[in-house]
Design a protein around this ligand. Structure first.
Ligand code: TMP
Length: 218
C-alpha cells in the first residue's frame, strides 16, 4: 500500500441505536470528499469474519449467549478491524470515519459487565482523533428504530437503551477528563443541523498534523 507522509484523521461516531450515526458518517464523508480528501467509511461490528459472526448472533433468534462472549467478540472484531482496515488507511493518509468503536463496548457491555473489565479488554485500541457522541432522548430513538422496521436485536430493547445512553454520557466525561477529544452533540436536531454542528467540530482538525495512531491505546 502507498505510504504518505501525512496521517489521515480517525473520526468515530457513537450513540445509542436511532441517534443517526450511520447517516451522519455518510454526510461527513461527503463533506470531506468535497474538500479533496480520501475517506474510508467503516463500522463496527466490521464487515470482517468476526464482525459478520457478531451480526448473526445479535439477531433475536440467536442463542442467549453470556454477555462476556459478546464483549470478547467485539474486542476480537476490533483488533481485526484496526489491523485490516483502520491502521493501513490512516497510515496511507486516508481519513477514516468509523460508525462505532471502543466507546460502544464501554457503554453497551457495561450494562451487564464491569466497566473496568471491558475497558482493559480494549487497551490495545488506538484512540481516535475525535469521537462525536450523538445524544438524543431514548423515546425519540425508539420511535426512529420502530419507524425503520427494526427493534428486535439484542441491544435494541427500550429499557436497555436508556441505561446505555446514560453510560455513554458518564464514559464521555471520564474519558474527556483523561484528555480525550470527545464531543457530545444533541441528536434530536434534524439531519442537516446536526451535520453542520459536526463539520464545525471537524473543520479545525483538517490542517492539524495528527500524532501517530499507535502512540498510546485506550
Ligand atoms: P449497529 O446497530 O450500529 O449496526 O450495531 C449493532 C449493535 O451492536 C448495536 O446495537 C450496538 C452493538 N454493539 C455493542 O454492543 N458493542 C460494541 O462494541 C459494538 C461495536 C456494537
Amino acid at each position: 500500500m502507498k505510504q504518505s507522509n501525512r496521517h489521515g484523521l480517525f473520526i468515530v461516531l457513537e450513540g445509542i441505536d436511532g441517534t443517526g450515526t450511520t447517516t451522519q458518517a455518510e454526510r461527513l464523508a461527503d463533506w470531506l470528499r468535497d474538500r479533496g480528501r480520501d475517506v474510508l467509511v467503516t463500522c463496527e461490528p466490521s464487515k470482517g469474519t468476526v464482525g459478520r459472526l457478531i451480526r448473526d448472533i445479535i439477531k433475536p433468534a440467536a442463542d442467549n449467549l453470556d454477555e462476556r462472549v459478546f464483549a470478547l467478540l467485539f474486542a476480537a472484531d476490533r483488533i481485526d478491524h484496526i489491523e485490516r482496515e483502520i491502521q493501513p488507511a490512516v497510515s496511507a493518509g486516508r481519513d477514516v470515519i468509523s460508525d462505532r468503536y471502543v466507546m460502544s463496548s464501554l457503554a453497551y457491555q457495561s450494562v451487564i459487565l464491569d466497566l473496568d473489565w471491558v475497558r482493559n479488554l480494549n487497551r490495545f485500541a488506538p484512540p481516535p482523533d475525535i469521537t462525536l457522541l450523538l445524544n438524543a432522548p431514548t423515546e425519540l430513538c425508539v420511535e426512529r428504530i420502530q419507524a425503520a422496521g427494526r427493534g428486535r436485536e439484542r441491544y435494541e430493547k427500550p429499557e436497555y437503551l436508556e441505561q446505555i445512553r446514560l453510560n455513554y454520557l458518564d464514559i464521555a466525561s471520564t474519558l474527556t477528563a483523561e484528555g480525550r477529544r470527545i464531543k457530545v452533540l444533541d441528536a434530536a436536531f434534524g439531519i442537516e443541523e446536526l451535520h453542520q454542528q459536526i463539520i464545525d467540530l471537524v473543520r479545525p482538525l483538517l490542517h492539524v498534523r495528527q500524532p501517530r495512531m499507535d502512540s498510546h491505546g485506550y
